[in-house]
Each structure stands twice: as C-alpha cells, then as structure tokens.
Design a protein around this ligand. Structure first.
Ligand code: F6R
Length: 633
C-alpha cells in the first residue's frame, strides 16, 4: 500500500517521478505528491485523489530539478486530504520525506517533538520523520563520525533507529542536494542503476522503462544515492557489498497493449500463464509407464514433505480462495488433511501444530501484512523445536523477491508475470496451477493415486490452455450482453459446490470489488439454511454446475432458487436437457474433469465482473478504497 519513487541523475526528475507513480498507482490512489530541489529550495506539490490531479497542478510549475521523490497514497493515518498527502516536510521546509508502511510508535515520537515545540500540519504517522531528521541534524556532533558518508545520511540513520514498524522511506534535503536516502524495513524497496542516474521505488514497474539493473534492498538496509553511484549500508552504518541483478521484465509487460484495462489484458493472458506453469512444474517426458520419480518438479527438497500428517494454509482474499481449491486437491488427491485459514485470524488463534504439519503461506504480492505476520509467528513458534518443525514452511508467491521470499526459504514461484489490475485474475490461475502441481507431487509421494490417474490429470491440465482460449472467445460477447442487463442490479448470489465452491466465492469477490455490487458466494446446499430468504426476481443467481460428484445437487439447488423467481445464470458445459430448462442464461464452458474445472469456471465469472464494472463506467483497474498490496494489518 502506497508507492514511493525517487530519482537522482541528469534528466528532469518531475516527469520520471510522475511516470513511476503512474506504474505504482495500483498500490493506492487517495492522493499523490512529489518533492524536487530547485534553486536551493524544496519544491513540494501534492494533490488529493488520483495522479492526474497532481499532473494538472504540475503543468503550472516549471522545475528542471534532477533530484526528487514521489508518493501515491492509500490512506492509513489521516483522511485522504491534501494536507495528509506525502511528501511531508520539516518546519523549515528543507527536508522532504515519503513513506510506505506504518510507523507504529509515531504517537510517542509526535508527543516528544511537540514538547520541543514542533508543530504538526498533518494527521499522518509519517510527519514525525522530517521533524526528527531536522532535530537530529541540529544535534549532530561536529565533525560527524568519520565512518559516516555524510551528515545528512548520519542524521537519517539515527532517526531510523528510533522508528518502529514496517516501512520504506525516501528522503531528500535542500541542504544536501546531491543525496537521496532510501530505507527499507519490512516494506519493499528496490534500487535501480542507470547511466549516471539512480532510482528507488516500491516496485520494479516504476523504473523498468529506465533501467533493468536493480537491487532489492533487504530489511534493515539503507541506500545513499548520489549522481556518482549508490552505497548500501545496514542500520548500524556498516557499508555492505551488494551487486545489482538484471530484471526479467520489459517495459511493454507493464503496458495495456491495446486492451481497455489491465484487468482485461490479464484475463486474456491466462492461457499463457497455464502453459508457463505446465512447462515449469510438470516433467515433459514423465508417463505412467515410465513413472520413475515424481511427475512434478517444484525445486523443493523432499525433506519438508516426508511423513506429512497435516497441512495448514494461510492467505487473504483471492489467495485464500485459491487455497480452498488447494485444500480440495490436497485432501482428495494426496489424502492429507488440510486447513485453510484467513491469515488475519490465524495470527491471533493459531491451530495446534505437530512436527509433521506443513504450513503454507499464499500471497501473490508477497507483501500482504497479515500473511507475513502469520508466517513470522509460525516461524517463531517452531523455533527451538526439533528440526522437522523448522523446515516445514512453504511460500507460494508471484513475487519471489518480495518480503515473503526473504522470510521463507522454500518458495513455489507462480508464473503469472506482473499483475497491475487491482483485482487478481491471472495470479489466481497461477496459484491454482501451483496447487495442482503440489497436490500431484504429494499424491505421487504418498502413493494415494495410481500413476495412470496422475497421467490422466496431467494430460487434462495440458488441454486447459486451449479450453480457456475457447472460453474467452465464446464468452466475451455473452458476458458483455449480460452486463447490459445487470448494470443496475444491486445484489448477486453465486453458487458452487465441492471444488467449485471457492470459485463461487471468487466470482462474488470479483464482482463486488470492481462493480461495487453486493455479491455473496455460497455452497449451493447451504442456501436453504437461510440465504434463500434473500432471493426474489431482483436477485440473479449464478450457479456453477459441472458434471461430477455434485452436478445433480447443484441443479436441484438451482431449481430451488428458480422457484423464488431469481434469474438463473448457469456456468456449465451442459447446454441441453434439464440445464437448458432451468437456466435463463448459459455461460458454457468445455466439459473437462470436475477436478480440473475451477481453472475454466472462473473465466466467465471474471469476464462478467469486468463487463458489469466497465458498463457502469467504473475504474476497473483501480477500484475505490482498494490497493493491490495490503501492507497494513
Ligand atoms: C482480490 C484481491 C485481494 C488479494 C488479497 C491478498 O482481487 O486482489 O483480495 O487477493 O489482498 O493479496 P496477496 O495475494 O497479494 O496476499
């Protein structure tokens, strides 16, 4: 949540900062601001609302400054108003600070500063930082420590030692116009290396148009950027030797490429995501007849999987839905009892573990505060116990360089590529693929399923990319037409059972988060225990009815909804017989094995949500009140 960017070099900073913030807007868009240094002064411009408001303001300001910091905000402390927008400055307006995260002890720091006469202009936690730096500069011994590269760096370093919480910060000062200081403590920050120009940013898309040589800072590190280069230090002021690496991301990957919205582009990228996952996770030459070793290659040493008795998965939002599909697969294929917990709940009431319990954290961003905190807690409670406890931690993430990647040594990388739309689509499909691979691998290890059945599943998965392509082709128009009818609808119900119950939840989440229509997902059999009272002609019901263990049941549950006058939309491969009679509208999908169906059934639901939101004229990629990385609890 919140995006920060910084630049020092030979070009005009303003446009580079704005372009960077545009790529970080997915992290929050309540307000935006930049600070540059020009003619010995800090020039700080901020605006409430989205970045275009800041852009309009900046058109009136000419500043060829070659150093600057910028921020796009998701409000935590203080309302989304201009006075709470970053950058925040000290009393003399010489120091400017942007921050992503939370300074947990800001109240006491604020009181201490107030007692010394400092006056606060905002309600934010961040404003303590520029005041503290000003205070620290005032009290710095002269000459400064010989080991410190500059008085400004030293003053910032001393302040960082006083801050508690999870944060990434960038700071500049008009009195030190050739220095930009960037700090990371449990919130992401990457340094970019160009030709005579250097960058810092919350995420790589902000800088990939300028450089692909990057260095993600680790927790407890701070970087000093000057026109001559970048020096990295730990919080004790010890210089560290660090090398940038080359980023596997091109500027076009973070463009819309002709699609109206990133979300639509990302929905269309899903066949490619499944293909990439199949290539990476499943051995091409494995067959049941030649079943030497597991068909899956996850690059994880088998130690964490031996004698498994239980799996617990922690996640939030869409990742939690992927985990529910994972639970179904792990239990039904590998026979391992699996619990799925909301990370925010698990943290405060963790289930008991045994030495043979594997805990998996699922987070596409790798930065979700609740999931990270749950895993940190899990790591801690396993410490001091026998080795078996300690190794059984696994992360599933789309950003292996994230905080999760730093925290958990064993990771399954999901292969969605960067996702910009705030609503998760292709990262969900990528998480499902990770769970299919894990479940097949464990089923092989536990010998719960015959090699022939595993081969059947893998062959089925290999057909999925072209089935998604066909679904996209057939559903684009259908869902657009339905969206026309439902643009004014206020409530929706999604029904699924078994492995498709999580897809009902996901369909409802997609719809509510981008269209602001109230939507609920239910296991179809639960309707009659209360929720059916909600139904009437104004409440459409989307039912996922896939042949297999629960098809007849879902059809009966749909009948019950129909009897209450609901308009029924069926996501099903069966287009005739009873299905044709019951459903008012059909969103047909290919007839694949029930076990594989979630990868297909979710596609029409993503498209339906997209088209309804677009029809309502809403900001699909940046829905209100949301941010892509939820880095606060
Ligand atoms: C929904 C959505 C959110 C995220 C949730 C967890 O479309 O994007 O519900 O799934 O905030 O995010 P990660 O997976 O980054 O931990």
């Amino acid at each position: 949540m919140c995006g920060i960017v910084g630049y020092i070099g030979t070009q005009a900073a303003t446009e580079i900062l704005l372009a960077g913030l545009e790529k970080l807007e997915y992290r929050g868009y309540d307000s935006a601001g930049i600070a540059t240094i020009w003619e010995g002064e800090v020039n700080c411009i901020r605006a409430k609302g989205k970045l275009h408001n800041l852009r309009s303001k900046l058109e009136l300001v000419e500043s060829p400054s070659q150093i600057g910091i910028g921020h796009t905000r998701w409000a935590t402390h203080g309302k989304p108003e201009e006075r709470n927008a970053h950058p925040h400055m000290d009393a003399t307006l010489r120091i400017a600070v942007v921050q992503n995260g939370i300074i947990e002890n800001y109240r006491e720091l604020r009181e201490e500063l107030k007692a010394k006469g400092y006056v606060f202009r905002s309600d934010t936690d961040t404003e303590v930082i520029p005041h503290l730096i000003a205070e620290s500069l005032k009290n710095l011994p002269s000459p400064t420590l010989a080991t410190s590269p500059s008085p400004f760096f030293e003053a910032v370093r001393q302040v960082v030692g006083k801050l508690q919480g999870a944060f990434a910060i960038a700071v500049l000062s008009a009195d030190f116009p050739d220095e930009l200081i960037a700090i990371r403590q449990q919130a992401p920050l990457v340094i970019g290396f160009g030709q005579g120009e250097f960058f810092c940013a919350s995420d790589t898309p902000a800088i990939v148009s300028y450089t692909r040589a990057v260095l993600p800072l680790d927790n407890g590190e701070m970087a000093r950027l000057t026109p001559l280069g970048v020096e990295v230090y730990d919080f004790a002021g010890i210089r560290l030797k660090k090398q940038p690496r080359l980023l596997n991301l091109s500027p076009t990957m973070v463009e819309k490429q002709g699609f109206k919205h990133f979300m639509l582009k990302e929905i269309y990228e899903q066949p490619g995501v499944v293909r990439a996952s199949l290539d990476a996770y499943f051995k091409a030459d494995w067959t049941a007849a030649n079943a030497e070793g597991s068909p899956v290659n996850l690059n994880i040493d088998g130690e964490i999987f031996s004698d498994l008795e239980q799996i617990q998965i922690v996640a939030c939002g869409t990742s939690w839905h992927a985990a529910l599909v994972g639970k179904y697969l792990l239990e039904q294929l590998a026979g391992i009892p699996t619990q799925v917990q909301y990370a925010s709940e698990f943290r405060y009431a963790p289930s008991p573990i045994t030495a043979n319990t594997l805990t998996i954290g699922v987070t596409q961003s790798g930065e979700t505060a609740d999931t990270l905190a749950a895993l940190a807690m899990e790591k801690e409670r396993r410490q001091g116990k026998e080795a078996k406890y300690q190794v059984r931690l696994l992360g599933i993430t789309n950003r292996p360089e994230s905080s999760l990647g730093h925290m958990v040594p064993r990771i399954i990388n999901t292969l969605a590529g960067i996702e910009i739309g705030v609503a998760a689509t292709k990262t969900f499909i990528a998480q499902l693929m990770a769970f299919y691979a894990l479940a097949v691998d464990l089923a092989y290890r536990q010998k719960t399923v015959t090699p022939e059945k595993l081969e059947y599943i893998i062959n089925g998965l290999r057909q999925i990319p072209k089935e998604i392509e066909a679904t996209l082709e057939s559903q684009e128009k259908l869902t657009e037409l339905l969206a026309h009818d439902f643009a004014e609808t206020t409530d929706f119900i999604f029904l699924g059972r078994g492995i498709n119950f999580p897809i009902a939840l996901e369909g409802a989440l997609k719809l509510k988060e981008i269209s602001y229509i109230h939507a609920e997902g239910y296991p179809a059999g639960e309707m009659k225990h209360g929720p059916i009272a909600l139904l009437d002609a104004k409440v459409p019901v989307v039912a996922i009815a896939v042949p297999g263990s629960v098809y007849e049941k879902v059809i009966s549950n749909s009948q019950e909804a129909k009897a209450r006058d609901s308009r029924l939309i069926g996501v099903t491969p069966i287009e005739d017989g009873e299905a044709a009679e019951i459903f008012n509208d059909l969103l047909p999908i290919a007839n694949v094995d029930e076990l594989l169906s979630p990868i297909l059934t979710v596609i029409p639901l993503q498209l339906l949500a997209y088209h309804i939101a677009a029809r309502r004229g809403l900001d699909v990629d940046q829905p209100r009140n949301l941010a892509k990385s939820v880095t606060v609890e």
